[in-house]
Design a protein around this ligand. Structure first.
Ligand code: NI
Ligand code: MN
Length: 243
């Protein structure tokens, strides 16, 4: 590999289905977001992932907390989430040395990366059996990797005008937005979110897992103004893509 080709991408991103992503930086760090690793669309190998440096959890719902406890324990990763979810994880077997609580507006510098927690419009109860434990508020994350490339994972959310603030503050190069509808915004609202965020790359998530999450990247594209249409990348679960 020539030095030139080594510099021609910023990160390798693998969609693991639903809202789960694996991000590998060019400096060799691995980030997992919302690791529901055995979701219906996940590649079979995802549930055995053993390498991670950072695990981010956007909110308390089981389709986002997913396999967090096990993957944090076996990888030795640090899990970052809102304060209340961190308390829950610590009470359920995650060593406190591997758990880092934070809240919206805060930034954590870790492994040469900057992780900022931002707002999301959604609920965040931790569903355990027939009970719901208070999980704080739903959040999104802005991750600036070592080379400055900035990724915004919106978590579960509706569209909200403060996405303009996220654009102003962090200028995301890549946005990961829920587009399935029903529990989150769908394609047309997702398109509006893109006009607020003005990202260079757009990836849809939280669709296709179940029939009810019926939004698609094709619909998202249809709703976008022409300059943004070509910025949509449709990822296939388990297929790494360089950005
Ligand atoms: Ni949710
Ligand atoms: Mn969800």
């Amino acid at each position: 590999m020539s030095p030139r080709s080594r510099q021609s991408f910023h990160a390798t991103i693998t969609w693991l289905g639903h809202s789960a992503f694996q991000i590998e930086t060019t400096k060799g760090k691995t980030i997992l977001i919302d690791p529901w690793l055995d979701n219906p669309k996940a590649p079979v190998w995802a549930k055995d992932i053993a390498k991670a440096d950072i695990v981010l959890v956007t909110h308390g719902h089981s389709d986002h907390v997913g396999n967090t406890i096990n993957v944090v324990k076996r990888s030795g990763a640090t899990v970052i989430a809102i304060f209340e979810i961190i308390l829950y994880l610590q009470n359920n077997g995650v060593p406190s040395s591997q758990a880092q609580g934070m809240n919206k507006g805060g930034t954590i510098n870790i492994h040469g990366l900057k992780v900022t927690m931002v707002d999301a419009k959604h609920s965040s109860g931790i569903d355990v059996g027939n009970n719901v434990i208070y999980g704080g508020e739903a959040a999104g994350f802005v991750i600036q990797i070592e080379n400055g490339f900035t990724i915004y994972h919106a978590g579960d959310t509706s569209v909200f005008t403060d996405m303009k603030l996220i654009a102003q503050l962090y200028k995301p190069d890549l946005v990961l937005l829920p587009i399935g509808g029903c529990y989150t915004m769908g394609p047309s609202d997702g398109a509006l979110a893109c006009t607020f965020l003005k990202p260079k790359n757009i990836v849809g998530m939280h669709y296709g897992t179940f029939p009810r999450l019926s939004g698609t990247p094709a619909e998202l594209k249809k709703c976008l103004p022409p300059p943004l249409k070509k910025r949509v990348r449709e990822l296939q679960p388990g297929m790494p893509v360089r950005f």
